[in-house]
Write a protein that binds this ligand. Structure first.
Ligand code: FES
Length: 286
């Protein structure tokens, strides 16, 4: 009997990309662009419902596809957005596209940040570099529903000031009530008057209380490793710290076994996990 494949959109083959048009792009940093795309088929567009944390494969036809966290929020209805850093052939192909060009989008895939469960809690967001891409919809959802959450603290780090993504949204985030946006860079430049410090050191300096707080972190593995240590030093427990993983993915549908953590698939069981879940999966397989 054929194995059942869960369909992201009922009636639509999840292995085939949906055709989409590139509406516009925005240079976020010298090597990162925001792509705003519109799915061509109105029925697919309607069915493409997603939540912060989910991802999709984006394809440059004739080159290939790669997975990206979705950076927009569905309810704003402003198009699907992906922040894409130029790191290889697929991302280079996507960077070369011009508004009006056709590309492919396969998804939405994976689980999401359970933001409804975090209502009434303080939210600490820690992002490094392009790790901010899947965190932007989390921030914007909280900013748009500000009364549902307690204090919002955003720590955003990058190598240099030019590498800070979503700079055009910093004012809106910082103006949101009871919100602190803390920017930090590894290396400043002549115009930078802000912090020059590594993200884990900023966490130690700010010393956020773990009381009724959820920490959501995403960034380079080394940043996550040291940030995790610092958070635990402040009294955060594994179940209060959430991340989104980026293991090598090919199918995105739990079929190719390329993306496992323990015996779970990042593409299907994740990519969003608490550190309690990650330790448990790793313990289960010894
Ligand atoms: S990417 Fe194929 S199983 Fe996860």
């Amino acid at each position: 009997m054929a194995e059942r494949i869960e369909l992201a959109i009922p009636g639509v083959n999840p292995f085939l990309p949906h055709l989409a048009t590139l509406k516009w792009t925005l240079d976020l940093t010298p090597d990162t662009k925001l792509l705003n795309v519109e799915l061509l088929d109105p029925e697919v567009r309607k069915g493409f419902q997603y939540k912060p944390g989910q991802f999709a494969f984006v394809s440059a036809f004739g080159i290939g596809e790669a997975p990206f966290g979705i950076s927009s929020v569905a309810y704003r209805d402003e198009g699907l957005e992906f922040a894409i850093r130029r790191v290889g052939t697929v991302t280079a192909g996507l960077h070369e596209l011009e508004p009006g060009d056709t590309l492919g989008v396969r998804g939405p895939l994976g689980n999401f940040f359970p933001l409804e469960d975090y209502r009434g809690r303080h939210i600490l967001i820690i992002g490094g570099g392009i790790g901010m891409a899947p965190l932007r919809p989390v921030i914007n959802t909280i900013v748009d529903h500000r009364a549902d959450y307690q204090r919002l603290t955003i720590i955003n780090g990058a190598r240099t000031p030019r590498d800070l993504v979503f700079q055009n949204e910093f004012d809106a985030w910082a103006r949101s009530p009871d919100t602190e946006l803390v920017l930090t860079v590894d290396r400043g430049d002549e115009g930078w008057t802000g912090r020059v410090a590594l993200v884990p050191d900023v966490v130690t300096e700010l010393a956020p209380s773990p009381e009724n707080t959820v920490a959501i972190i995403c960034g380079p593995p080394i940043m996550i490793r040291f940030t995790l240590e610092r958070l635990k030093g402040l009294g955060f427990e594994d179940h209060q710290i959430v991340t989104t993983l980026e293991n090598k993915m090919k199918c995105g549908l739990g079929k190719c076994a390329r993306c496992n953590v323990g015996d779970r698939y990042v593409c299907k069981d994740g990519p969003v996990f608490t550190f309690q879940q990650i330790s448990q999966f790793l313990e289960e397989v010894g």
